[in-house]
Design a protein around this ligand. Structure first.
Ligand SMILES: Cc1ncc(C[n+]2csc(CCOP(=O)(O)OP(=O)(O)O)c2C)c(N)n1
Ligand SMILES: [Mg+2]
Length: 665
């Protein structure tokens, strides 16, 4: 159907009314952005966006990202009005209240149609880039018949001002992601006042120089908006549509000012806005004719979906496509069985980053979903395998992204790829630069996207590059993030096990903290005929070696320090002091074990000693306050790794006396 443009103004006003009334009822929220972008959103949803409210998970739907997440009432209005099952009008009435899916900022896990969680400015656009990458990747394999959709993002001045925007548009321009269209709410207002208080950059020229197509329009003129969108759709570059808008449009005294950005308009201004808009209905009432117009916006998508479904049903790629969109959990462990058998037969002393590459060999060979990459550290992160050809503008079938020096952009793009579906991304950088991606890692966890971060050079053990590159607080601080599994494996077999676990937890992201330096293989015995049931890392921490003499000590270590714990145990045993060695590759998984298991591994009547070349704070949870925590609570130094471990007390000779002194009182 094609809506009469004159019908669009009342449709847009329905968004305005719902937004100002919901914010007023909550006495909190952001009316300005939804009111300002109501016209653009109405044109997009009624004429161009490919969606079917009755099938929100339809794989070939367009993706719509509200990057300016503070304007959440815009997407709640759109979903409700166009006929999604949720949010209901009651949900909208309860905007921002406990239990309402209409949270302060849009959350992907609360509502279908909210493709990603937004609010941290800039990341929505960067996730949209990831979605557009995933779309092209799948298109290259399955063709236009099954995968051919656009990714749309609405972005504010803030989204485009954030540093991550530079990374995101650079990547999108380079990859020529022509199916990506960003609609810029060009209102020259941010919280502090006029945007030009803080910026005078030419946003359009910046996009052009990054290889984007740029077009402008009057964001309150439906036909001009259509013209610009059609131009953007026709261009084979990613497009920025600069929509000149008035923030809070419709509120006669406050529109155009930052007063409408993030506060209720107040009863008087709302009454005046009703007058100005000719909106004579009570709060949360939308008249039938306007509701009917809105409901009809989904008709086009329903038809397109039906046509897609017939193509899909007739396609010889149907089964393959379904398995691509499916969870990969079942595939991960079987893929590494032969690899682990090889390690049992022939132990290998390699860095865990190398062990990761070895595990990735069969994983990427057997799991087509896996799309790797690195932020310009491919050779150091060991993320590239023979099965993953580069993904580029000339080869969207590729499975390896050269993200460039864009750690934050990479992390956000990976979130977008995973949220899109059909693709499970992993990406590498140095662990120290996890801080550069930090808020995207947090959003992986919040959004329940099981992306895998391959973060190498995980301690002072990286040596000569010195303290700028040596993680100290990173491993422990990442453990603080809810719903994030931080793995620090100690050898080849643990690394493969952690990879399997990381891929089996599709709604929990994982960080693999991997060593630069070579580590002996400590596992092998008992690992014959390995299957997922024998994945010892699955318990998070386990007894790698039991005490011989009467057990007095339990040494708990991670990653490169597990071999050291073994040396310490040897020396203690020589003195007749029994010591268990517990390897703890993932504290989160250990915490999830039952109390009996945990107290068997960390018995109350022993001296517990943690050894990790990182911040010691936090290890008391496992050692008790009367244990010993061997860590490093200062910045490292530039020197060969062995000298650093010696200087900072990570030697058996330095640790053993601390333990014997404590035992002997
Ligand atoms: C990373 C980040 N920094 C700061 C904020 C707080 N914040 C929310 S909206 C906004 C700026 C608003 O400017 P704009 O994007 O132009 O939105 P508009 O006022 O036009 O709606 C800020 C600073 C945020 N949400 N995310
Ligand atoms: Mg603005």
């Amino acid at each position: 159907m094609s809506l009469d443009p004159s019908r669009m103004a009342p449709m847009a006003n329905a968004i305005r009314a719902l937004s100002m009334d919901a914010v007023q009822a909550a006495n909190s929220g952001h009316p300005g952005m939804p009111m300002g972008m109501a016209d653009v959103a109405t044109v997009l949803w009624s004429k161009y966006l490919k969606f079917d409210p009755s099938a929100p998970h339809w794989a070939d739907r367009d993706r719509f990202v509200l990057s300016a997440g503070h304007g959440s009432m815009l997407i709640y209005s759109l979903l409700h009005l166009s006929g999604y099952a949720a949010p209901t009008m009651d949900d909208i009435r309860n905007f921002r209240q406990l239990g309402s899916p209409c949270a302060g900022h849009p959350e992907n896990f609360l509502l279908d149609g909210v493709e990603c969680t937004t609010g941290p400015l800039g990341q929505g656009v960067a996730m949209a880039v990831g979605m557009a990458i995933a779309e092209r990747q799948l298109n290259a394999h399955f063709g236009d018949d099954l995968v051919n959709h656009r990714t749309w993002a609405i972005a504010g001045d803030g989204c485009l001002m954030e540093g991550i925007n530079h990374e995101a548009i650079g990547l999108a321009g380079h990859l020529k992601l022509g199916q990506l269209i960003v609609l810029w709410d060009d209102n020259n207002i941010t919280i502090d006042g006029a945007a030009d208080l803080s910026t005078s950059e030419d946003v359009k020229a910046r996009h052009q120089s990054a290889g984007w197509h740029v077009v402008s329009c009057d964001g309150h003129d439906a036909s001009d908006i259509s013209r610009a969108i059609e131009e953007a759709m026709a261009d084979d570059r990613p497009s920025l549509v600069a929509c000149k808008t008035i923030i809070g449009k419709g509120a006669p005294n406050k529109q155009g000012t930052s007063a409408t950005h993030g506060a209720p308009l107040g009863p008087d201004e709302i009454a005046a806005a009703r007058e100005m808009l000719g909106w004579e209905y009570e709060p949360f009432v939308v008249p039938d004719d306007i509701t009917a117009d809105w409901k009809s916006t989904g008709d086009r998508g329903a038809k397109e979906r039906a046509a897609w479904q017939s193509r899909f049903d007739a396609s010889d790629k149907k089964g393959e496509f379904e398995s691509r969109m499916d969870n990969i959990a079942k595939l991960a462990s079987p893929a590494i069985e032969a690899h682990i058998a090889g390690l049992v037969a022939e132990p290998q002393k390699v860095a865990t980053r190398k062990a990761s590459e070895m595990a990735l060999g069969p994983l990427t060979q057997q799991i087509p979903h896996l799309v790797g990459g690195s932020a310009d550290l491919t050779g150091s992160n060991n993320t590239k395998t023979p099965s993953t050809e580069p993904f580029s503008a000339d080869n969207y079938a590729g499975r390896y992204l050269y993200y460039g020096i864009r750690e934050f952009g990479m992390a956000a793009a990976m979130n977008g790829m995973m949220l899109h579906g059909g693709v499970v991304p992993y990406g590498g950088t140095f662990l120290i630069f996890s801080d550069y991606c930090r808020n995207a890692i947090r959003l992986s966890a919040l959004q329940q996207t099981g992306v895998v971060y391959v973060m190498t050079h995980d301690s002072i053990g990286l040596g000569e590059d010195g303290p700028t590159h040596q993680p100290v607080e990173q491993v422990m601080s990442l453990r603080l993030v809810p719903n994030l599994n931080v793995y620090r494996p100690c050898d080849t077999i643990e690394t493969a096990e952690c990879w399997a676990l990381a891929l089996e937890t599709s709604s929990t992201p994982s960080i693999l903290a991997l060593s630069r330096q070579g580590l002996p293989q400590l596992r092998g015995e008992g690992d014959e005929n390995w299957t997922s049931a024998k994945n010892r890392s699955a318990n998070g921490g386990y007894r790698l070696r039991a005490a011989n003499a009467d057990r007095k000590v339990v040494l708990v270590a991670t990653g490169s320090e597990v071999q050291l714990a073994v040396q310490v145990a040897d020396q203690l045993e020589q003195q007749g002091i029994g010591a268990d060695v517990v390897s703890m590759p993932c504290t989160e998984l250990f915490d999830a074990q039952d109390a009996a298991y945990r107290s068997d591994i960390l018995p109350a009547d022993t001296l517990k000693v943690s050894i990790e070349a990182g911040t010691s704070l936090g290890w008391e949870r496992y050692t008790g306050t009367d244990g010993i925590n061997i860590g490093i609570d200062r910045f490292g130094a530039s020197a060969p790794a062995s000298d650093l471990f010696e200087k900072f007390g990570f030697t058996a000779d330095a640790i053993v006396p601390q333990i014997t002194n404590k035992i002997n009182g």
